[in-house]
Ligand binder design. Sequence first.
Ligand SMILES: Cc1cc2nc3c(=O)[nH]c(=O)nc-3n(C[C@H](O)[C@H](O)[C@H](O)COP(=O)(O)OP(=O)(O)OC[C@H]3O[C@@H](n4cnc5c(N)ncnc54)[C@H](O)[C@@H]3O)c2cc1C
Ligand code: FES
Length: 265
Amino acid sequence: MIKDSQARIIDKKSWNNYYLFSLESPRIASQAHPGQFIMIRISHHPHPLLRRPLSIHSKDEKSIDIFFQVSGLGTDLLSQKKVGDILDILGPLGKGFHGGASLNGKDVVAAGGGRGIAPLYFLAKELRSHGALVKIFYGGKSLEDIPLKEKFKRENFDLYCSTDDGSFGFKGFITEYLKTELEKFTPSRIFSCGPEEMMKKIAQFAAKKNIPAEFSLESVMGCGFGVCWGCVKRIKKNGEEGWVKICEEGPVFSSEEIVWTEEEK
Ligand SMILES: Cc1cc2nc3c(=O)[nH]c(=O)nc-3n(C[C@H](O)[C@H](O)[C@H](O)COP(=O)(O)OP(=O)(O)OC[C@H]3O[C@@H](n4cnc5c(N)ncnc54)[C@H](O)[C@@H]3O)c2cc1C
Ligand code: FES
């Protein structure tokens, strides 16, 4: 059953346009899996009316973290909340990434672009706890778009950063960096979240190399739990293509399931 919770903001950090909040929510923390998300009511006023979806970035016993980029009114209002404020949240929602003991001792890649890095920290920690050897590929337009690089470094993850303008790490897209590195090793699985064009490129070269891959898709969400049909995408299930509610069946899908949009080819 979907549960509505009141969660206190217990910590807040920010880097330019990016924010990291810790929310006190023992129930969600005890149930959450990497790749799942929460829906947050931004305001008690009629506008913005709809809750906004944000991935669970990490968790400990009593709290969960969210990491977000200000991209419009809702995230802007959210960024102005203070430590001690109470948020009305729903979750954990959706189906997350797969993987666990079967990846013990194997190389895996988690590739995120910009705010798409959000669910990959939780995933990377979980995969490592199962013995996987996790390489993080983290890309952004500029140095200021990869604010979590220090956090990954502190956790001793094998970190590969890129910036489009060359202000930090590899100069170019994270897809180009990953493609170059995949000449040197073949991971057992690739996990990715970020702009659709980025994930589509990763899906293409993962397919060429026969590497199983999973992607966390985004869509504008009205409810987050299967009622409004606002989030549908074309997905293939058992060979049949159809409209699927990504809040319920996803947001994580395998390469073979996703029907990438034509104009992004
Ligand atoms: C399952 C899921 C998990 C997400 N996790 C994160 C996260 O961890 N961190 C993070 O920063 N963002 C995340 N997003 C994206 C985030 O939900 C949107 O950026 C946010 O809802 C925009 O709301 P807004 O009111 O700020 O912008 P709006 O004013 O509503 O819109 C501003 C612009 O953003 C576009 N937009 C609105 N909603 C979305 C959306 N869901 N996806 C893509 N574009 C959108 C609009 O079309 C418009 O161009 C996630 C989205 C989904 C579906
Ligand atoms: S967001 Fe309402 S059905 Fe998916």
